[in-house]
Design a protein around this ligand. Structure first.
Ligand SMILES: Cc1ncc(C[n+]2csc(CCOP(=O)(O)OP(=O)(O)O)c2C)c(N)n1
Ligand SMILES: [Mg+2]
Length: 311
């Protein structure tokens, strides 16, 4: 008990209370657990957070104050992964190469505007942890559609009369195709999910090279629901297979959590105003796409497990 309390107190000093996130901000919960798990896995190792333009530019606070107990470096969208590569190299030259350099990039930044440098850093296998902080739209500028916005969703640029066409970019398969050492999805919706989340951060912390962590974070103003429901909504995202928990470790795909009785996806979508215009055929189509992606993941799991992996 005492050890557990001690860990929590240490985590308090990584993201301080009083930061500028909205009430109920899912990514703030993820940040707290990510930094806590990283610190617990590698005590004493410095952490440098590299944050492209996003809600987190604001949440971090304006100099000379900071909401973080770790170093923070703010960048434009397009250069975050390149600047992080440079920071890692410069720290190495100064004998500080042990530090974790972490990019915390939004879905707009990662899928769209900053993707060129993300892909290049992955291809060079830079020694970075890249966290995709996925709240499924450009939230800081008022909810515009990004490549990470899901099928059928309302945003200010995909209004109810013409909601998001096509499916969310499959960034996990795109990043895995770079042959990176480790990729995992993270969600903090329930205690088993949290254990899975923290185990994956621990795994990533112990590896070298480009590690990609894709964290789903619920956003009350952007997804349109009351602030107290963020954790339950993320739990439903996992239980409905809307957001599968998986990892790709040295090329081997693994679904890390299988809902025993998967919820219909409508039980996730129905919690949020951004989907309230969907019904009938549209809902059935979303369910079909969710089922197809799960089948694909199972095939990837079976194929990489039986054939072995060459890296
Ligand atoms: C090149 C460029 N285009 C647009 C902006 C304006 N802008 C700042 S934050 C932001 C939203 C970022 O969305 P995302 O990456 O998903 O992060 P979130 O705000 O959702 O955390 C935008 C569009 C910018 N800073 N730079
Ligand atoms: Mg976003």
């Amino acid at each position: 008990m005492a050890v557990w309390l001690d860990e929590v107190i240490q985590e308090e000093s990584l993201l301080y209370p009083g930061h500028a996130a909205c009430a109920g901000c899912g990514p703030a919960v993820n940040m707290r657990h990510f930094l806590g798990a990283l610190r617990a896995a590698t005590p004493g190792r410095e952490v440098v957070l590299v944050i492209p333009a996003s809600c987190w530019t604001i949440i971090a606070g304006a100099w000379p104050v900071s909401a973080f107990g770790v170093s923070v470096y703010l960048t434009p969208f397009a250069s975050a992964a390149a600047e992080a590569s440079g920071i890692k190299s410069a720290l190495g030259q100064r004998g500080l190469g042990d530090a974790h350099v972490v990019v915390w990039g939004g879905d707009g930044s990662t899928n769209d505007i900053g993707f060129a440098t993300v892909s290049a850093a992955a291809e060079r296998n830079e020694d970075l942890i890249y966290v995709l902080n996925d709240n499924e739209a450009y939230m800081n500028t008022g909810v515009q559609k990004s490549g990470g916005t899901p099928e059928g969703a309302w945003t200010t640029t995909t209004p109810v009369a013409a909601p998001r066409k096509g499916m969310k970019k499959d960034i996990d398969r795109i990043m895995a195709a770079h042959g990176i050492p480790y990729l995992a999805t993270l969600a903090a919706g329930s205690v088993p999910e949290l254990k899975d989340f923290r185990a994956k951060v621990t795994r990533a912390a112990g590896l070298h090279g480009f590690r990609f962590l894709h964290a789903l974070g619920a956003c009350p103003p952007g997804w349109r629901y009351p602030t107290g429901q963020s954790v339950e909504i993320v739990r439903r995202a996992v239980e409905s297979r809307y957001f599968p928990l998986l990892e790709v470790d040295a090329g081997t795909w693994r679904i890390t959590y299988r809902p025993k009785h998967p919820l219909p996806v409508s039980e996730f979508l129905g919690t949020q105003g951004r989907f309230s215009h969907l019904s009938g055929e549209r809902l059935a189509l979303v369910q079909q796409h969710i089922d197809e992606r799960w089948d694909l993941l199972e095939r990837l799991e079976a194929a990489t497990a039986s054939e072995g992996v060459t890296k």
